[in-house]
Design a protein around this ligand. Structure first.
Ligand code: GDP
Length: 191
């Protein structure tokens, strides 16, 4: 779906109100098909349009969210560009990332197992103060659910992560996901 020659692919650039000039790299990890691109599109463009995915790589997207304490954080959001299939290349993405969002599909136990693999990888190779979120996406497909909410909570607690279930399709909890991440970031220094 993307050109692997340039695997590091900033797909959008999002301002979250916190303090000026605070620039943070956010990576999304998870099995192919769990909805990573749709989550970003829903957040940045307010749309659910899986077909527009191929165009994201070329677009520079930005969005501002006002938080209570009126400072600004700039999120650079990176997709895996299909690299989830090439585990050996993955550390290129999360090395240096301030935030990692690990996504699985609540209808897919395989994707949940893969999410736990990514969490371990992040603990091994990621920055020690990385903020990690565990996201159970496709929450609108509750009738097909195969991973319980409690499984997600337990996994997140064990690994010191923030947990949320989202639906890129209905927009449920998408803004909350990014707001909660912003709240958990180390406060930028006053300088
Ligand atoms: P990625 O490979 O992780 O980036 O996954 P995509 O964002 O391309 O999504 C994969 C497929 O899952 C697409 O066909 C989407 O329509 C579908 N999808 C993504 N998010 C949701 C969701 O929240 N609910 C439902 N029902 N489908 C979703």
């Amino acid at each position: 779906k993307y050109d692997l020659i340039s695997p590091l692919h900033p797909i959008c650039d999002t301002d979250i109100a916190v303090s000026p000039k605070h620039h943070l790299q956010l990576v999304l990890l998870g099995d192919s098909g769990v909805g990573k691109s749709c989550i970003v599109l829903r957040f940045v463009r307010g749309q659910f349009d899986p077909t527009s995915k191929v165009t994201i790589g070329a677009s520079f997207l930005s969005q501002t969210i006002a938080l209570q304490d009126s400072t600004t954080v700039k999120f650079e959001i990176w997709d895996t560009a299909g690299q989830e299939r090439y585990a050996a290349l993955a550390p290129l993405y999360y090395r240096g990332a301030a935030v990692a969002v690990v996504v699985y599909d609540i209808t897919s136990p395989e994707s949940f197992a893969k999410a736990q693999y990514w969490v371990k990888e992040l603990q091994k190779h990621g920055s020690p103060d990385i903020v990690m979120a565990l996201v159970g996406n496709k929450a609108d497909l509750d009738e097909k659910r195969e991973v319980t909410t409690q499984d997600g909570i337990d996994c997140a607690e064990k690994n010191g992560m923030f947990f949320i279930e989202t639906s890129a399709k209905t927009a449920d909890n998408i803004n909350q996901l990014f707001e909660e991440i912003a709240k958990r970031l180390p406060r930028p220094s006053a300088a």
